[in-house]
Design a protein around this ligand. Structure first.
Ligand SMILES: Cc1cc2nc3c(=O)[nH]c(=O)nc-3n(C[C@H](O)[C@H](O)[C@H](O)COP(=O)(O)OP(=O)(O)OC[C@H]3O[C@@H](n4cnc5c(N)ncnc54)[C@H](O)[C@@H]3O)c2cc1C
Length: 411
């Protein structure tokens, strides 16, 4: 007898989504979360079309529309030579465009929805510190109740590691290898009083930060106060090679770059600068084995070009839950059954992640960035095509693919 069918470690978008799908399938789930929700998460707060697709499947899109957020209608890109390009996201039949929604709000929305499910037990302020194993089969977790201070253990047929970039589940299984070529470090803070914000997210390839980028994401609809999420990210290997001080480079861009200087002149910081890591999906990580699966950042599934990870965290959570349900049907919780989840990740998520990796390489070339931006500025159809591939759920899979490059080079 086990205490639960499935234990999910971590209640972010990956864990909450896995938990909801499993609970809806009638599984008895324990979700363990070290923090208390609502809580902040260091992020750009851009919720892309891929997340919207899962929200729709969960019947949550209408409620999402009621939250404090902003509907995104395009992307503003600037190239290293300062060319500004506004691209619109093509409208498709359903509302696929993403949002910017503070993670304090978005994650809590997902978390509370998950908590409402019938078959779920949620323990907040519980820090998982290790795995329980029988031979090489994962059979549960141990950890500490951070309120009572008590050490506790729970058993289950399957443990889901949804515990982020520094996943204890991945670490215990020896799957947390960090490859600096496939790992980003990023900083974020919030501002008020930034001028000329629109409903577009802004991605700026400023020279100091290439091959990384500087972003400005408006955070609220009808933005009178100039509120936005501002940040920078860079691949760790490049950061070390170029000896970039990310924080200094970000403030230098804000204070000196002609594109931002005036816009930030009367702006004030309304949060501290916070940093966190992004494990990229251009590095394949084993994400299923005997009695366990990893989802989201714990499975290293962040888009190597855009830095987006919420959509893949939610999608991997859904894929994992489907395979877990099959494992219960077969009463087999070994790698031989759970590896179907890894197969699904490779089939459904990896091609796009590898295409984005190609785009990341293009974006590290200043000449190409200037050239593509200049070309798209002269050709609005090409600009809209790029915008669609960056943000829209239906065109995302084409990003960086052969057609994408042909269109860019020959339009
Ligand atoms: C600066 C920055 C900007 C980003 N911008 C964007 C963006 O704009 N759009 C986008 O889509 N993605 C962005 N990302 C990536 C995105 O934040 C992640 O990909 C996403 O949060 C992954 O979701 P997750 O559920 O896997 O992990 P998380 O959201 O990190 O959730 C993990 C959860 O596990 C809990 N946990 C961790 N360890 C334990 C433990 N031992 N015991 C119990 N609980 C535990 C944590 O408290 C947390 O609640 C950004 C990342 C960074 C760092």
């Amino acid at each position: 007898m086990t205490d639960f069918d499935v234990i999910v470690v971590g209640g972010g978008p990956g864990g909450s989504t896995t938990g909801v799908f499993l609970a809806k399938a009638g599984k008895k789930v324990l979700l363990l979360e070290k923090e208390q929700y609502p809580k902040d998460k260091t992020c750009g707060d851009a919720v892309s079309g891929k997340s919207v697709k899962i929200l729709r499947e969960l019947g949550l899109q209408k409620e999402m529309d009621q939250l404090e957020q902003i509907h995104i209608d395009g992307v503003t890109i600037s190239s290293p030579n300062g060319t500004l390009l506004d691209v619109n996201i093509p409208k498709t039949g359903v509302q696929n465009n993403g949002y910017v929604c503070k993670r304090m709000v978005y994650d809590n929305f997902l978390f509370q929805n998950m908590k409402k499910q019938k078959n779920i037990t949620v323990k907040e302020k519980f820090m998982v510190t290790g795995l329980l194993k029988e031979g090489d089969q994962v059979v549960g977790v141990k950890g500490k109740d951070l309120i009572s201070g008590k050490e506790e253990q729970y058993t289950a047929k399957i443990v889901v590691g949804a515990d982020s970039a520094h996943s204890i589940v991945a670490k215990e299984l020896g799957l947390n290898e960090i490859d600096e070529k496939h790992y980003i470090v990023a900083l974020r803070l919030y501002y008020e009083g930034v001028t000329d914000l629109t409903n577009k997210i802004e991605i700026h390839f400023v020279p100091e930060l290439i091959p990384g980028y500087f972003w400005i994401f408006p955070t609220i609809e009808g933005n009178q106060k100039g509120e936005c999420n501002v940040g920078v990210g860079m691949i760790v290997k490049d950061l070390k090679k170029k000896k970039v001080n990310l924080e200094k480079a970000m403030f230098k861009a804000i204070e000196e770059n002609p594109l931002f200087k005036e816009r930030f002149k009367n702006a004030k910081k309304v949060s501290p600068v916070k940093g966190w890591n992004l494990p990229l999906g251009s590095k394949v990580r084993k994400c299923a084995g005997n009695g366990f699966v990893l989802v989201g950042d714990a499975a290293s599934l962040i888009d190597p070009f855009t830095g987006e990870g919420i959509g893949n965290a939610m999608t991997s959570g859904k894929l994992a839950s489907e395979v877990i349900v099959k494992a219960f049907e077969k009463n087999d919780f070994s790698h031989s059954v759970l590896k179907e989840y890894q197969d699904q990740v490779e089939k459904i998520l990896r091609p796009e992640l590898m295409n984005s990796y190609k785009l990341q390489k293009v974006a590290s070339n200043t000449f190409l960035l200037n050239w593509v931006t200049g070309k798209a500025k002269r050709n609005p159809k090409l600009a809209d095509f790029i915008g669609g591939t960056l943000v829209n759920e239906n065109t995302q899979e084409k990003i960086g693919g052969l057609k994408f490059f042909i269109k860019i080079f020959f339009s």
